[in-house]
Design a binder for this molecule. Structure first.
Ligand code: PLP
Length: 409
């Protein structure tokens, strides 16, 4: 019997006494829901993002939400994505990216990823747009790029495409799924602030966490205004405003059928501390990545993850060179787990799932060959700020031993 005890956990949030103290302060304050703490978090998040924007850029407005999923629905809704419209996105993502498009009633058009990077292929987006100009099959209103593992998509080209194929009556929006890309710095600013809107996730495993939570960013004041109202019941006043402004607290108007997507102060308190640790957490992830890269570059049966400028290194996507191995990815992953290494898979392409397969007969692995070929060779291995160098070396040892044992002769 193999020793099944986990030696290296897959992921662990970087939480210490500072977060504990911040939460306790809010709990004792008597104000638990969205209020001053959340506004401060939004302001500090915006300040962080604005520092990196090109000098000619408008500033970012940040709205705290209870998840990336909620933020994505808000952004799609504010951009007018609804029944009768369509959105181009990648099948290589977590399901919520595409599910949100369905939630607002629009059609999903999947576009394959690049051969190496896991990110949506901008040239293939253009092919879809050209084809659609001819056959007018869809009313394409948005593109959702996902910066997989924190490695930024070809945003320059994607922004150009959105502009080129927009018309006076029909703007094509770019909404970034920035769930992995905090903080991915480019010369256009941080990923998540480049498109018309960008959505971050603060889920427990993400690079900045509040347990559950998210932030939606935009430079467009009218989108910001709509999202702010829709975030809380379609109300023209926030609860904080109702209880702190001299205007009577029971007076408000409802201007649309809104959602309930606000982030409570207890969680924002965690977020504010996490935000201060951004640089140190990033540096530690980067350090572990360098240990991994150095070791794995020596092995002929693995390929290190793609890397681009400003990569946030949220995940370490280790790729098996299957032609060098006598076992497949699943068997390799199982052996890693048996040897105490926590692993995960990012992502099962959406065309593998019953709902998505049944939705459109073209959602097959044959139509998205890059997504499929990356999926069947990728294992996500431990990468988190507080993991020790020893944990990284333990992981490397296990990978090396399995690869040597099952190497083709
Ligand atoms: C985690 C994740 C989401 C969803 O984030 P939530 O905050 O859990 O809603 C969306 N997209 C990607 C790529 C993710 O990894």
């Amino acid at each position: 019997m193999k020793d099944n005890k986990i030696k290296v956990p897959f992921s662990k949030p970087s939480i210490d006494r500072q977060e504990e103290k911040a939460v306790l302060k809010v709990v004792r304050s008597g104000w638990l829901t969205t209020g001053n703490e959340t506004f401060k978090f939004e302001k500090e998040f915006s300040d962080f993002m604005n520092k990196a924007l090109p000098s000619d850029s408008k500033n970012v407005v940040s709205l705290a939400v209870n998840s990336n999923t909620s933020g994505m629905i808000l952004a799609l809704n504010a951009c007018g994505i609804k029944e009768g419209t369509a959105v181009i996105t990648t099948p290589y993502t977590f399901v919520s990216t595409a599910a949100c498009v369905k939630h607002v009633g629009a059609d999903v058009i999947f576009c394959d990823i690049e051969k190496d990077s896991y990110n949506i292929d901008a040239d293939k987006i253009e092919q879809i747009l050209i084809e659609n100009e001819k056959n007018k099959k869809y009313n394409i209103k948005a593109i959702i790029p996902v910066h997989i593992a924190g490695n930024v998509c070809n945003m320059k080209k994607i922004m150009q495409l959105a502009e080129k194929y927009s018309t006076k009556e029909n703007k094509i929006y770019v909404i970034e799924d920035a769930a992995h890309s905090f903080p991915s710095l480019t010369d256009m600013g941080y990923a998540g602030t480049i498109g018309d809107a960008g959505v971050f996730s603060f889920y427990a495993t993400k690079p900045l966490t509040t347990g559950e939570g998210g932030m939606v960013c935009t430079k467009d004041e009218s989108l910001a205004k709509t999202m702010q109202i829709m975030r809380l019941h379609g109300m023209d006043r926030t609860a904080w405003d109702r209880y702190t402004s001299p205007k009577a607290s029971w007076q408000y108007d409802i201007v649309a059928p809104g959602f309930k997507f606000n982030l409570p102060d207890v969680l924002s308190a965690i977020g504010r501390v996490q935000l201060k640790k951004t640089e140190s957490m990033y540096k530690k992830r980067k350090h572990i990545t360098e240990i991994y890269n150095k070791a794995f570059k020596e092995l002929d049966f693995v390929t290190v993850p793609p890397d681009g400028k400003g990569n946030a290194w949220h995940l370490y996507l280790l790729r098996l060179n299957l032609d060098k191995l006598t076992i497949d990815r699943d068997a390799f992953a199982k052996k890693m787990q048996e040897n105490g290494i926590g692993i995960s898979m990012h992502f099962i392409p959406l065309f593998h799932f019953t709902y998505w397969k049944n939705l459109d007969p073209s959602f097959t692995k044959e139509n998205f060959v890059n997504a499929e070929s990356q999926f069947i060779r990728t294992i996500t291995i431990p990468l988190w700020p507080d993991m020790t160098d020893k944990m990284a070396y333990d992981t490397i040892k296990v990978v090396t031993n399995i690869g040597r044992e099952y190497h083709v002769r």
